[in-house]
Design a protein around this ligand. Structure first.
Ligand code: ADE
Ligand code: ZN
Length: 345
């Protein structure tokens, strides 16, 4: 079934945030080639088409292998700037008003790129997008969970001089076999230093990892979290706490968390009162930015106007903006809902 033009227009028009975006996952093949060329790096692919053809994943790990490979072209501050700026230019065209961006410093420091080089490039692009487009932002430093807690601690120490630019720490990379409990000490330290916390949990890993993220890492949001539906007590906990889930529908299909978008549980989670949000994860690899994620979900699950507007409102509610910063966006969404009600009367 195809979308009615009015619902598509509503999705495009709604003010939105994006809360689950790995900046390295927004590296489009065209930019990968351009940066590789200026850094004199030889890729194993001969064309943009060949790169895209390699994006055929069967699980999270098969994606991560190619995602870390792509990130190797990023060396200079300008590379991180161009990467981030390209993403923000796109967001400006999609009526995205606020973004909370993950970056993976260890993917770069492991190759000898200085932490400072990475963060200065990303930060400058965020500052420039605020002036150019009025897009507000927060930055989230993710620890790679396939590495040790000691390495995460070193990364946290490298981040301390840039504390004023980083709002939260998170946990990403290969989930199964690397439970949140492995990182309890470094998350305790991060919270003591004043960082908020989030964690990927329940993407491929079991509901137990979501419990650990809540109870041990004291997270403010769960990234993905879709496997929560397997555990009724966990569903109740998430609902009572109004704990946001940053769900990434196209990612879940590409990484085979669900076979088909029609099988995605997002609508069920929303109907059960969870604070679900829609995000793109790694848009250059999964075939769509945030708007395309909304459109794909709408197409497959046939959400109502109220549900679409609720998802956009959730995205502001779940963000790290202050209540005063959230309020005008939420009011605008309430007005949009009223206008939709009038036009369908
Ligand atoms: N790093 C980039 N994308 C990721 C995902 N979907 N899950 C875990 N780690 C990631
Ligand atoms: Zn992710």
């Amino acid at each position: 079934m195809s979308l009615t033009p009015t619902l598509e227009a509503l999705i495009r028009q709604m003010p939105k945030t994006e809360l689950h975006l790995h900046i390295e996952g927004s590296l489009e093949p065209e930019l990968m080639f351009a940066i590789a060329q200026r850094n004199q790096i030889k890729l194993r692919f001969n064309s943009v088409e060949e790169v895209r053809a390699a994006y055929d994943f069967h699980n999270l790990q098969s994606f991560l292998d190619i995602y870390y490979e792509g990130a190797q072209v990023l060396i200079h501050q300008q590379d991180f700037y161009d990467l981030t700026r390209a993403y923000l230019d796109k967001m400006a065209s999609e009526n995205v008003r606020h973004v909370e961006i993950f970056f993976d410093p260890q993917t770069h420091t492991e190759r000898g790129v200085a932490f400072e080089t990475v963060i200065k490039g990303i930060h400058q692009a965020l500052v420039d997008a605020q002036s150019a487009y009025g897009i507000s932002s927060r930055l989230i430093l993710c620890f790679l969970r396939h590495l040790s807690e000691t390495e995460a601690m070193l990364t946290l120490e490298q981040a301390l001089p840039f504390k004023q630019w980083i709002t939260a720490v998170g946990l990403d990379s290969s989930e199964v076999g690397h439970p949140p409990e492995k990182f309890k000490t470094v998350f305790d330290r991060a919270r003591n230093e004043g960082f908020l916390t989030v964690a990927h949990a329940g993407e491929e890993g079991p509901p137990e990892y979501i419990w650990q993220a809540l109870d041990l890492l004291k997270v403010s949001r769960i990234d993905h979290g879709v496997r929560c539906l397997e555990d009724a007590a966990l569903m109740e906990r998430l609902k009572q706490a109004r704990m946001p889930l940053t769900v990434c529908p196209l990612s879940n299909i590409k990484l085979r968390v669900f076979d088909d978008m029609r099988q995605h549980n997002l609508k069920t989670l929303l109907a059960q009162g969870l604070c679900v949000t829609i995000n793109s994860d790694d848009p250059a690899y999964f075939g769509g930015y945030v708007t395309e994620n909304y459109l794909a979900v709408q197409n497959a699950l046939n959400l109502s106007v109220e549900q679409l507007i609720q998802l956009a409102k959730n995205s502001f509610e779940a963000s790290f903006l202050s209540e005063a910063e959230k309020a005008p966006h939420i009011r605008e969404l309430d007005h949009l809902l009223q206008e939709c009600a009038i036009s369908t009367r």
